[in-house]
Write a protein that binds this ligand. Structure first.
Ligand code: IDP
Ligand code: MG
Length: 154
């Protein structure tokens, strides 16, 4: 089972969309294994967006991400990283498919409501960036067999 990091960016809390968007992950069958509200510090923002440090929009991105609270969520599921990216949709929400989270809730590149890890390697680093070991939960779900067949879990 993979785990991936989802961040609900400040626009989600400001716009009152948290519950509605979390519901999409639950309905899809991704199990929430970590969930917390936090204010991202500049050092974490710099690490999280290191690949964008040289971009002209970086200062605005860091300011936006650090001046209001965000919610971090770790979810688990079969191919959770790829599924998380698919649910999120394209970075530029104007180009995101309708039905994706960005496609349905945003019309912007910089106010695009969520972050989703982009590879298994990144996901492992990003989950560890936002959650300590004891903040992540291993637990069974009674309906598990209705989300996956045995052969998918090998
Ligand atoms: P991703 O969030 O889809 O993985 P990245 O290229 O990793 O996309 O960019 C991270 C975040 O940086 C985006 O979600 C968006 O908030 C911001 N960003 C990326 N490209 C632009 C841009 O061209 N203008 C403004 N903000 C951008
Ligand atoms: Mg990215």
């Amino acid at each position: 089972m993979e785990r991936t990091l989802i961040l609900f960016k400040p626009d989600v809390l400001q716009r009152g969309l948290l519950g509605e968007i979390i519901t999409r992950f639950e309905k899809k069958g991704l199990k929430i294994v970590g969930l917390k509200m936090l204010r991202m510090g500049p050092a974490v923002a710099k690490e999280h967006y290191a690949h964008l440090a040289a971009k002209p929009f970086y200062p605005g991105l860091e300011h936006f991400m650090t001046h209001h609270p965000v919610v971090a969520m770790a979810v688990e599921g079969v191919e959770a990283v790829e599924v998380g990216r698919k649910l999120a949709g394209a970075t530029n929400a104007r180009k995101a498919e309708a039905g994706t989270i960005r496609g349905d809730f945003s019309n912007s590149t910089s106010r695009n409501v969520i972050h989703a890890s982009d590879s298994l390697e990144t996901a492992q680093k990003e989950v560890a960036r936002f959650f300590r070991g004891e903040e992540l939960f291993d637990y069974g779900m009674a309906l598990h067999e209705y989300f996956y067949a045995e052969d998918e879990l090998k």
